[in-house]
Design a protein around this ligand. Structure first.
Ligand code: C2E
Ligand code: MG
Ligand code: MG
Length: 641
């Protein structure tokens, strides 16, 4: 009994001592890892302390991976631990899988709670093992596992309680350290991104500098390009506006530069341009701008100068070209033509100023002058005409438009078979204006229908009179697509033709371009016109995209091959082939073929040999005023009799 008591006291004091040690150990662990943020160190401390605490041969820390389908032994101590740490296994695997699933600790005593089937399975598999879950504040982390009790035996309830207590203390520390590690990783990632971003940024800055340069400067001459020029010009204009001053503009075009380019080759052509640019630069100061507009065109902006000074300056550029340029072994003499415009006298917008300087430059070229100042009198451009639409309206009201007639002669006999009526207009301010310009102004201002009906009536009346005088001479009138597709056209045309009794003296010339988009509507209108005996002719054939097979579906009887093919045909075999095959095809479709723009005997001979039916062009006659035409027909008839 006494002995028993002695043993009990001994046990008790040993237990107390052990408890003291355990508390000490827990306390120590807690302090050590409480402030430790290095995850590997935390694992090391935890595994060593836990192994000591439960006297295990091996201690392992399996943690769930981020992917949630595997777990990895992240830390460990004792026997074989170094071989196991780092291993990953599927989440459902082994005792760990059981613990993850049930969120309960595993120890020997657990076997009693299992069904006999499960018990058999785990008893064999796990041997002597204890595993408690590690539950962090935010997440389930994994567990702490002890393998094999040191010195034999099994882990008991006390070990389980201790290890659970231990796990609850260290789980927060592990979670913190893991969070720090994640933070560090993302911080490193961030740093890496930032570094890469800096590099990309630097590259971007470099290339945008390069892009900016390329977008503002010309690559051949390194002079400002059109974009930069517009910017500078806009600035100068607003500057002189404040000072009530003027800005001069010189548009310099190198004469026959294309020939130099052809003769020297492209690279040397560029070299020449570059040398010309350097020569021009000698004539400008810091406040002035020299730019290359493209091709062989340069533009100079001269702020704060009057017209006389600007003109004088222009002459300096001309005389600067007097000395030859040396390209390779060759000495080259270059000349230029300069158009001058002044802000605000010659235009109040940049585009107007540039187009007026361009006009003056062309004037200089055509009149073989070095320098020409913009003169509104020479300006026949559609834009300036638009401003004078009132003038056109007035002429229309007073019937001041005229028709000239260009003969179309039979290719073999030379007999005048028809004439083409071409509009003529003399403006009070601009003199003679080309029909391509005034027709487009009429079209743009809704006046084309009125003009066209006048032209048709006049031409038809004329043809009726010629019939009496000379026999049948058809008259062709050009029709704008707009007029043809106007809803009232069928009705109006019927009225006009019936008033003149007969449409069989009339031909309408329609440009080929129209046939693409409005084919069905057009076919309908043309059927109606054909029913009035008016013949239909395809004008400028070859410049559009219509195929002959498509044209065959329209009631047309004549095809006019565009003058560009006729002009090129004599020297160019390809054009000759096109003309030849067009004539053949057109004949197969039962169409009469007219050649426009015949200027030479060689072209005429070729066309006759290719079987062309009708000839029109300056070789036969230019478009003539009424009395001239009648004299021409008279003379022709006498000649042929
Ligand atoms: P288009 O209908 O193709 O008329 C032929 C044009 O070529 C005419 O120019 C004519 O003078 C010109 N031409 C004729 N033979 C030769 C030649 O051998 N060499 C050269 N270089 N040219 C030649 P024009 O009179 O200046 O008319 C130009 C265009 O204006 C016409 O081309 C036509 O599309 C249009 N047009 C003229 N009058 C009218 C009209 O009353 N109404 C409509 N809608 N358009 C018209
Ligand atoms: Mg025509
Ligand atoms: Mg034509």
């Amino acid at each position: 009994m006494e002995n028993d008591t002695a043993i009990n006291i001994f046990d008790l004091s040993r237990n107390l001592l052990q408890k003291e040690t355990e508390i000490e150990l827990l306390q120590q662990t807690f302090t050590e890892i409480g402030s430790e943020l290095d995850l590997d160190k935390v694992f090391q401390i935890v595994s060593e302390r836990a192994r000591e605490l439960i006297s295990a041969d091996t201690l392992l820390i399996p943690l769930l991976d981020d992917n949630c389908i595997t777990y990895t032994y992240r830390g460990g101590s004792g026997e074989n631990s170094t071989e196991i740490v780092g291993e990953s296994l599927p989440i459902e695997f082994g005792v760990c899988g059981w613990v993850w699933k049930h969120k309960r600790p595993w120890w020997q005593g657990m076997l009693d709670e299992l069904s006999s089937e499960e018990k058999n399975r785990w008893e064999k598999e796990v041997g002597n093992m204890i595993l408690v879950p590690l539950q962090g504040k935010q997440h389930f982390l994994g567990g702490i596992a002890g393998l094999n009790k040191t010195g034999g035996g099994s882990f008991d309830k006390k070990d389980l309680n201790l290890l659970q207590l231990f796990a609850s203390i260290v789980s927060v520390a592990i979670e913190n350290a893991m969070a720090v590690k994640n933070m560090e990783a993302s911080h490193r990632l961030n740093e890496d991104y930032r570094y890469r971003l800096e590099i990309v940024n630097k590259q971007l800055v470099e290339s945008s500098k390069e892009l900016e340069y390329l977008s503002l400067f010309d690559s051949v001459t390194a002079l400002p390009n059109r974009t930069l020029l517009y910017d500078r010009l806009a600035r100068e204009i607003s500057e002189v506006e404040r000072q009530n001053s003027t800005v001069g503009i010189l548009l310099i075009d190198i004469d026959s530069f294309k020939d130099f380019n052809d003769a020297l080759g492209h690279d040397r052509g560029d070299d020449l341009l570059n040398k010309i640019a350097r020569r021009f630069e000698e004539n400008i100061n810091n406040s002035e701008t020299l730019a290359r507009l493209g091709g062989d065109e340069f533009l100079v902006v001269l702020p704060d100068k009057n017209l006389a000074q600007v003109k004088q300056h222009a002459e300096k550029f001309i005389s600067g070209l007097k000395n030859e340029f040396t390209i390779g072994q060759q000495n080259i003499v270059v000349s230029a033509s300069i158009g001058v415009a002044l802000y605000p006298d010659h235009g109040d917008s940049i585009s107007q100023l540039l187009s007026h300087a361009d006009l003056a430059m062309h004037e200089a070229k055509s009149s073989k002058l070095d320098v020409c100042i913009y003169n509104p009198e020479n300006d026949h451009s559609a834009k300036s005409l638009l401003a004078m639409i009132a003038d056109i309206r007035n002429s229309l009201e007073r019937k001041q438009f005229r028709l000239h007639y260009q003969p179309k002669v039979d290719a073999k006999s030379g007999k005048v078979v028809a004439v083409e009526a071409l509009g003529r207009w003399t403006s009070k301010r601009h003199g003679e204006v080309s029909p391509t310009i005034f027709i487009s102004v009429l079209e743009d201002n809704g006046l084309i229908d009125e003009y066209t009906y006048w032209a048709i009536e006049t031409a038809l009346q004329q043809a009726k009179e010629w019939k009496e005088k000379f026999g049948i001479i058809r008259v062709a009138v050009n029709l704008s697509p707009q007029t043809l597709l106007h809803p009232g056209f069928k009705e109006n045309i019927e009225k006009i033709i019936k008033s003149k009794e007969d449409g069989s003296l009339l031909t309408f010339e329609i440009t080929e371009n129209l046939f693409l988009s409005e084919f069905d509507r057009l076919a309908n209108v043309l059927q109606h016109v054909r029913a009035l005996n008016v013949e239909l002719s395809i004008d400028d054939y070859g410049t559009g995209y219509s195929s002959l097979s498509r044209l065959r579906r329209l009631p047309v009887s004549e095809l006019k091959i565009d003058q560009s093919f006729i002009k090129a045909m004599v020297d160019n075999k390809d054009d000759q082939v096109i003309v030849h095959s067009t004539i053949e095809l057109a004949h197969n479709l039962g169409l009469t073929v007219v050649a426009e723009g015949v200027e030479t005997q060689a072209a005429l001979d070729l066309l006759v040999s290719l079987g062309c039916d009708v000839i029109q062009g300056y070789l036969i006659s230019k478009p003539l005023a009424l009395s001239e035409l009648e004299a021409f027909i008279d003379a022709k008839h006498k000649q042929l009799v």
